[in-house]
Design a protein around this ligand. Structure first.
Ligand SMILES: [Zn+2]
Length: 321
């Protein structure tokens, strides 16, 4: 995909393209922003722009093809080896960077999840940052820049990326032949992360969402056992708790809109409109507000590492009362 055609992040795209054409590209960047919003995509697209025979990132020339097949000799990608980026990886990189580029005008090195550089690797990398070569561009990528050594951060030009907006994610999903209704739901639930919107969680969102909402609204505060059982089931899927919170927030936000007689066009879960309307008939402005508060407080409890099953039991009681 030509550089100019990357969707979103227009300001960052313009800044990098201008820096390259006016020969003012920094020798080291730190791309920051939430996971899955396209930082690494932008870094590889910049490599394509710089390496491309047509100087556009055309996608069809020999250089672009080699990049697409991950075998361009002037692009180096460092990723954590297990939980850390280790000093051996940085030493090997430094050996390669000590030679001029083989084909392209620059060697480009992406260091993904830069917060995982261990102290020895970080200190080794510092040398490269302190004595930059004119034919090397380092791009460090991190969703947690506060965890990157300060001495490294201060030697990089920072380029923050924000979350993608829902309309854009929805457009991208529709381009990928996902139907418009689904696209809208996934876009709203993906928190601005394209990785999340396109990832395997997609099925979970669509299928589990209806089941979770139906189960919760069928629970009654008068019979405690099914409630405790459902809390236990939810507690067991710890890796899906973020998704669960987002699903609940989106459903109760929709209920909030319905209770306030807002336009259905603002709703997220348009395919569940029938269930949602039925439930909205049983709610008041105040009850919905309390339930939204309960969901947000449960999320806070998760962040504080309290007993998750207990937090979920309390949440379900508050959602059924
Ligand atoms: Zn090309």
């Amino acid at each position: 995909m030509p550089f100019i055609n990357i969707l979103g992040h227009d300001r960052q795209k313009k800044q990098l393209a201008q820096a390259w054409t006016s020969k003012r590209l920094a020798h080291a960047y730190l791309f920051t922003g939430a996971e899955g919003i396209g930082k690494r995509l932008m870094a590889t697209a910049l490599a394509r722009l710089i390496f491309c025979d047509q100087q556009s990132g055309c996608g069809t020339c020999a250089a672009c093809q080699r990049l697409a097949h991950n075998n361009h000799p002037d692009l180096h990608i460092i990723e954590p080896d297990g939980a850390q980026i280790k000093i051996e990886q940085i030493r090997q990189l430094q050996t390669e960077l000590s030679h001029p580029p083989l084909e392209a005008p620059r060697r480009i090195c992406l260091i993904d999840e830069a917060e995982k550089l261990n102290p020895a690797a970080g200190n080794a990398l510092l040398k490269t940052l302190e004595e930059p070569r004119a034919d090397v561009v380092l791009i460090l990528i991190s969703a947690y820049p506060d965890k990157v050594m300060e001495t490294i951060r201060s030697r990089c030009q920072k380029l923050p990326f924000s979350r993608l907006d829902q309309t854009l994610i929805s457009t991208i999903l529709t381009d990928q032949n996902i139907n418009e209704g689904e696209s809208r739901i996934i876009a709203a639930l993906s928190e601005g992360s394209l990785k999340k919107a396109l990832g395997s969680d997609r099925e979970y969102y669509l299928q589990q969402r209806i089941e979770i909402f139906k189960t919760i609204t069928a629970l009654s505060s008068a019979s405690i056992v099914p409630m405790l059982e459902f809390a236990e089931k939810l507690a067991a899927n710890k890796e899906q708790h973020d998704d669960l919170i987002w699903i609940l927030l989106s459903c109760y936000r929709d209920l909030f809109l319905l209770v306030h007689q807002a336009s259905p066009a603002l709703m997220t879960n348009i395919d569940m409109e029938h269930h949602l309307r039925k439930q909205a008939g049983k709610e008041t402005h105040l009850s919905i507000q309390r339930k939204l508060t309960a969901i947000l407080e449960c999320r806070q409890h998760f962040l504080r590492n309290v007993n998750r099953q207990l937090a979920l039991e309390v949440l379900l009681m508050r959602l059924t009362n």
